[in-house]
Design a protein around this ligand. Structure first.
Ligand code: ATP
Ligand code: MG
Length: 402
């Protein structure tokens, strides 16, 4: 006996009412991207559930890949069989035999969706249970806490049998909750913020500010590598690399040093917002975490945030650094993030940035220059890179995340 399919359950999607078809479509696309690496596997989907039909592939390999796909609540390797009680019993026996070890107990959970089937639910539970007890010496029944739960679903077209229920990654399929711009620095936090956004179904485009010659190609490469890690989860990601040197130098000339950090952040936000507008995004995502550094006090966030009404999503805002690091390690971005590099912000960072910058003050300092044409120029000169999933996708580096 060989599993011929994997039954995929959508979970949270079921709350989505009329949008369901769109969600199923996005999920199908996410699964398709992974299934492409398994040439003989195919997908069959309806509104309720999805089946991955297995060809030559090992079920374990596909299961490992499915665990990383957002929007899957759980899945089960299963066998489809004709609605013939004798055949079904044979399959039931080989499924349980495969998992049985001395001392394990079991139960049968039958479901009769096709009401014309000759056996009722209780009858199926009893008959299949008896068949297993007779044929597997030592096997015991435990309906409250079974080690093996044999499920039998009798549907209109056939019966499906399976024992395992493997937890998926949860969340929503990537792209099912709109698009946002992820401000990616090269540090530890922003890739994690990107990962959590993807988990909620948000499609992301990266925005990175760099200041040549003060920041090197290596720093840029780091952001490309981080984006590739995220692309392994979401599929191709657009990365906008913004030349920021000219504006940073203007800020140094115009603004008192303890306010340069605040103005720098405000301008980064204005530029990101302009890119968002041009790309039809709906929000901006940052890796900010409350209180972590001077720019991330509530006073700073308030003053910086005044430049836009666009929603700013901060998935890490209430997380501790240790939690963020642990997530970064799980998604395999940590080792890239800790490579030494020069960030455009750290290079120009003042020795004592204001931790409680005042809005009226920063607005006053900025009022002497019209930054708008420089913002447009930076956006016009922004380099667009298309980052595709890398080789690591095939090895499924992100294992057993949740
Ligand atoms: P990270 O680990 O993501 O670099 P951080 O703790 O170093 O964050 P900051 O340097 O204050 O914190 O940056 C806060 C957020 O601002 C970052 O998470 C990122 O979203 C954004 N940001 C900072 N620098 C850049 C940059 N050079 N390009 C794009 N976004 C940036
Ligand atoms: Mg940083």
């Amino acid at each position: 006996m060989k599993y011929d399919r994997i039954l995929v359950r959508y979970g949270e999607l079921s709350t989505k009412g009329r949008n369901r078809n769109k969600f199923v479509d996005k999920l199908k696309r996410s699964i398709n991207r992974v299934i492409r690496n398994f040439p003989t596997a195919t997908i069959e989907a309806d509104r309720e559930r999805m089946y991955i039909l297995l060809g030559e592939e090992k079920v374990e390999d596909i299961a490992k890949a499915l665990k990383n796909i957002f929007g899957i609540q759980s899945f089960s390797p299963a066998v489809k069989v004709e609605k013939n009680v004798e055949l079904m019993k044979q399959i039931a026996l080989s499924l349980v035999q495969k998992l049985y070890q001395p001392g394990l107990c079991f139960k049968v959970s039958a479901k009769r969706i096709d009401k014309t089937f000759e056996l009722g639910t209780d009858e199926m539970n009893r008959e299949f249970g008896a068949h297993l007890l007779i044929n597997i010496p030592g096997l015991k029944v435990n309906v409250k806490q079974p080690d093996i739960n044999l499920r039998i679903e009798v549907r209109a077209e056939a019966a499906y049998l399976y024992c395992e229920n493997i937890l998926g990654a949860g969340g929503y399929p990537v792209g099912s909750n709109g698009k946002a711009m992820l401000m990616l620095s090269g540090g530890i936090d922003s890739p994690v913020a990107g990962y959590l956004s993807l988990k909620r179904g948000v499609e992301i485009e990266g925005v990175h500010f760099y200041s040549p010659p003060f920041t090197s190609e290596r720093a840029k490469q780091k952001v490309i590598d981080l984006t590739e890690k995220l692309a392994n989860i979401s599929g191709t990601i657009a990365l906008h690399i913004v030349p920021f040197t000219e504006i940073q130098q203007m800020i140094q000339d115009q603004v008192p040093s303890n306010y340069t950090m605040t103005t720098t952040r405000r301008l980064m936000l204005r530029i990101t917002d302009e890119i968002r507008r041009r790309q039809n995004g709906l929000a901006i995502i940052t890796g900010e975490s409350l209180g972590q550094v001077a720019s991330q006090t509530l006073e700073s966030m308030y003053t910086i945030n005044q430049v836009t009404n666009t929603p700013i999503l901060r998935p890490l805002v209430m997380m501790d650094k240790t939690e963020i690091i642990s997530l970064a390690q799980q998604i395999d971005t940590y080792d890239i993030s800790i490579r030494p590099f020069e960030d455009c912000c750290t290079i120009f960072v003042p020795s004592s940035p204001k931790t409680k910058p005042k809005l009226d003050k920063v607005e006053h300092f900025e009022s002497f220059v019209d930054f708008e044409p420089f913002i447009q120029k930076a956006v016009d000169n922004t380099e667009l890179m298309i980052i595709r999933p890398g080789e690591s996708l095939k090895q499924n580096v992100i294992e057993d995340l949740f």
